[in-house]
Design a binder for this molecule. Structure first.
Ligand code: ASP
Length: 439
């Protein structure tokens, strides 16, 4: 059976196991289509409240989870040789996945040419409604690479914590965790303390998942119900290119990576992480999905040592879906404005998309703000930028839900490959119906 069919069947099995979440998605889509927001604005306020509360409540556990997971992960790895080995493997696999993502994005955009003939017919209402987001994106565009690099080094870790800035937090916690492993026996009580925090956050995640069905229903309904079908027409070819490229990444690249670099059964892995995939779709946030991503992987046999190191870093730094969409979006705008796409410019766009996506937070809409960095390279006038952003914002939520699926799935693919390479994958748990009691 073809690999993509194995993925497809695995997803169906996963959906059957997590029918309540899937039902939430389907009902959300139906409500969004048949009872759109402009007809029932009051009802949508309530749906928005339910959806945002769900996102807030899972985000509540993300910080303690990321901090405790990285500390446990690094201290479990032990000596610096092991840490370098695991860290380099992780960077290598994440690097391959994201390079393939931008290559696929650029190829599909150049073949389908979604921007050619796309009309920039955006009325002033649309521009006004996305004004704030456009303003922050343009603000971001003014930052250069040096500034972005400087911003990720935390001057004050507590400030970064209070502001929930993930990359500076991860840098601080990783350095702190390596120092703890060097400190010897005296650090054991602190590591046990973080082990307790990790166990408690996993428990809270289990409880939160009882709210997944109504939460995902409300989020999906709000996303679909606020969608303007008229604007979609001028950007439908762009949406098609994104869906096609993300589909290739999901159904072809991921299974091939598993086949080439490990002996992990493709169907079993996709089925194991299907719950996280559905939540990623609903929340459009890889960071909010992280607790569930870890739970799914640990319950299905990927060791805690690999999960707690690879998944939190992946959820923050590895955004292959985002890089892919950014590449297509920028090529789309370049085509729309008749900018000459030389091979060098395409390479620059792909490279900047990798950098910009890695600096995106794992939250809804982050990728469309950081895209400004990639747009820097193609030289649009401020007016063209505003219109371009306004166009992209019209279908942003939907694109975000799809790219977040890839962002989350690729983390689990890399975790599974590394666990397999390191003999830290329990195949009995992955293949059987038995579930780990621990996670
Ligand atoms: N929403 C994405 C994520 O959380 C980031 C993005 O906006 O592309 O993975």
């Amino acid at each position: 059976m073809g690999l993509h069919m194995q993925v497809f069947i695995a997803l169906l099995l996963g959906i059957k196991r997590n029918g309540h979440i899937f039902l939430g998605i389907i009902l959300g889509v139906l409500v969004g289509i048949f009872a759109p927001q402009h007809l029932y604005p009051k009802a949508y306020q309530i749906l928005d409240l339910i959806g945002q509360s769900f996102i807030n409540i899972i985000q509540m556990v993300v910080l303690p989870l990321v901090i405790s997971a990285i500390i446990i992960g690094i201290s479990n790895i032990g000596d610096s040789k092991q840490l370098t080995k695991l860290g380099s493997k992780m960077l290598l696999y994440y690097g391959i996945i994201i390079t393939l993502a931008v290559t696929i994005g650029a190829t599909v955009a150049l073949l389908l040419q979604p921007g050619v003939g796309a009309k920039a017919l955006i009325d002033s209402n649309v521009i006004a409604s996305v004004h704030d987001s456009v303003a922050s994106a343009i603000e971001y565009q003014k930052e250069n690479l040096v500034q972005i690099f400087l911003d990720v080094i935390p001057k004050n870790p507590f400030e970064a914590l209070a502001q929930g800035k993930m990359i500076p937090i991860i840098i601080f916690v990783s350095i702190f965790a390596v120092a703890l492993t060097r400190a010897g026996e005296i650090s054991h009580p602190l590591v046990s303390f973080f082990e307790s925090i990790f166990a408690a956050t996993m428990k809270v995640t289990d409880w939160i998942m009882y709210l997944a069905a109504p939460g995902i229903f409300a989020l999906t309904a709000t996303a679909v119900g606020s969608f303007g079908i008229e604007v979609f027409q001028s950007i439908s070819k762009f949406a098609l290119a994104v869906c096609l490229a993300l589909g290739i990444q999901f159904f072809i690249v991921y299974p091939l990576m598993l086949k080439l670099f490990s002996k992990v059964p493709v169907g079993k892995l996709f089925s194991a992480v299907s719950e996280a995939i559905m939540v990623a779709f609903g929340t459009a946030s890889s960071s909010a999905t992280l607790p569930l991503t870890i739970t799914c992987c640990e319950k299905r046999g990927i060791s805690n040592r690999v999960c707690s190191f690879v998944l939190p870093l992946g959820a923050t730094l590895n955004m292959d879906g985002t890089a892919l969409v950014q590449t297509i979006a920028v090529i789309f705008l370049a085509q729309m404005y008749g900018i000459d796409l030389t091979p060098l410019l395409i390479f620059e766009i792909a490279f900047l998309a990798i950098v910009a996506s890695s600096t995106s937070a794992g939250i809804p809409g982050a990728g469309l703000i950081t895209i400004a960095l990639v747009l820097n390279g193609i030289g649009l006038t401020p007016q063209q930028l505003v219109i371009g952003f306004s166009l992209l914002f019209t279908i942003e939520r939907f694109m975000d839900m799809l790219r977040t699926i890839c962002n989350v799935t690729s983390d689990t693919i890399v975790a599974a490959i590394i666990a397999d390479n390191e003999n830290e994958l329990n195949y009995e748990l992955l293949c059987g119906e038995k579930q780990s009691e621990k996670a």
